[in-house]
Ligand binder design. Structure first.
Ligand SMILES: Cc1ncc(COP(=O)(O)O)c(C=O)c1O
Length: 431
């Protein structure tokens, strides 16, 4: 690996990163070349699922070619399937900064969270409280609200509408001695706000509550360190960070061993496998490991001095964060010159460390679907609607009007795509 990189990249004399090699990045993603009606596709739809590098496609194929069997059999392909799952757990452990036995795989974040909320509910009593937020995707609200059936009280934290950030004073008021769990997103999948989850974890723990973080939207944009955060649970979905359609859960070992998942009798009681209901989508677990390895390869490409996979992941995120900030700056500056655009969330460049490169806006009275269709016809893929962050869409008063238009920039996007979007929007306005 190092040899290959040394051939294609200049040797670094310090640990300083070189400029972001977007050409190398884009080569890793074959689907970025997809043509649509004489246009090269511009994938600005990442928040609903990113494209995957060829390493991920190869890993899925490799699984089918040589490791396709159920686990714990006394033969070659079954042993390989076991080994593959162990190495995927190790990859996600580096991704989260935890131990391998604290990593659980599942169908997606929503399914994992419903399963976990039911397991935790076995120990809750009527009157116990759970704190959720108005900024969150409903997958981090509904699984907790479902416990109202058991008499659990849900407290919902509000936002500051001017910049779409969490109202921390309200959060402090809502956490009390009755709080058993605080469920907060790491970043908003509509407006891109990054929440102060470390601080919120401290507040939750000071009240004796568990902290559950939905990192689905944050994972493609920033490094996750569950040890530093000290959170109890954290979920994210590999299909949002360049991997296949699955979900993953980090749970502190003591909690994964203490809480009891609903499971079939013959399945193991040993954690973390007891949390993985039924046969897993093993070919996609192979793809998850490859997605983490892709990010690590990117990190080594950016910083030749890194040694471990974890260090390489951190280097990758340092580089992508810096690069994505240039893209979002360009996008916001451009949008602000288009008459009728109303951006939701943080637009002050001095506060860009509080946001990631996901942005939503409305354009006059136009229905977001009309704009997304216009852009889609020009090969520019964006999303319109509420993206299941229903509380926020309602709170911002856009739910009845088709929601917002969302532009998601990730590290494989480039300035050219941002400019194409801006030109197309000006064309839309001028029709
Ligand atoms: C912030 C956030 N949380 C949760 C989810 C749900 O994830 P999954 O599709 O893995 O259930 C999404 C999906 O868009 C999301 O953006």
């Amino acid at each position: 690996m190092v040899g290959k990189e040394a051939m294609s990249t200049p040797v670094m004399h310090s640990t300083e990163m070189k400029s972001f090699d977007i050409a190398w990045v884009r080569e890793q993603f074959p689907s970025l070349a997809l043509q649509y009606s004489r246009h090269t596709s511009a994938f600005l739809d990442g928040p609903a699922g990113t494209q995957v590098p060829k390493q991920v496609m190869d890993a899925v194929q490799y699984y089918f070619l040589g490791a396709n069997a159920n686990t714990y059999g006394a033969f070659l392909t079954s042993r390989r399937a076991n080994e593959m799952i162990l190495s995927a757990r190790a990859a996600m452990a580096d991704f989260f900064n935890c131990d391998s036995n604290e990593v659980v795989f599942g169908q997606n974040m929503t399914t994992i969270t419903f399963a976990l909320s039911r397991a935790i509910a076995r120990e809750l009593n009527p009157g116990d409280e759970i704190v959720v937020t108005t900024l969150d995707h409903d997958a981090n609200v509904a699984p907790w609200r479902a416990l109202e059936e058991k008499g659990v009280v849900i407290r919902q934290v509000g936002i500051r509408e001017s910049d779409c950030t969490l109202d921390l004073d309200d959060l402090k008021r809502k956490i009390s001695a009755k709080t058993r769990l605080v469920a907060v997103g790491y970043a908003s999948n509509i407006v891109g706000t990054i929440n102060p989850v470390a601080e919120i974890t401290r507040l939750a723990h000071a009240a004796g509550a568990l902290m559950f973080i939905d990192a689905v939207h944050y994972a493609p944009h920033g490094p996750i360190d569950v040890k530093a955060l000290d959170c109890d649970f954290l979920v994210c979905s590999p299909y949002k960070f360049f991997g296949p359609h699955m979900g993953t859960l980090y749970g502190k070992k003591e909690h994964l061993e203490h809480f009891k998942p609903y499971k079939v009798r013959p399945a193991t009681d040993a954690s973390p496998e007891c949390w993985e209901t039924g046969t897993q989508v093993q070919e996609l677990i192979a793809g998850i490991a490859a997605a983490v390895d892709y990010l690590a390869e990117l990190g080594r490409h950016c910083d030749l001095s890194v040694k471990t996979r974890r260090e390489a992941l951190l280097a990758a995120y340092r580089a992508t964060r810096r690069y994505e900030t240039t893209l979002i700056t360009r996008l916001i500056e451009g949008l602000q010159t288009i008459p009728g655009v109303k951006i939701f969330g943080i637009t002050d460049p001095k506060r860009f460390d509080e946001r990631c490169s996901t942005l939503s806006f409305r354009l006059g009275d136009h229905h977001p679907t009309e704009i997304a269709t216009f852009l889609g016809d020009r090969g520019i893929f964006t999303w319109d609607g509420n993206f299941y962050a229903l509380n926020l869409s309602e709170r911002l008063g856009v739910e009845q009007k088709g929601g917002v238009l969302r532009v998601g920039l990730v590290h494989y996007n480039n300035a050219d795509e941002v400019d194409r979007l801006l030109v197309a929007l000006r064309e839309f306005v001028a029709r």
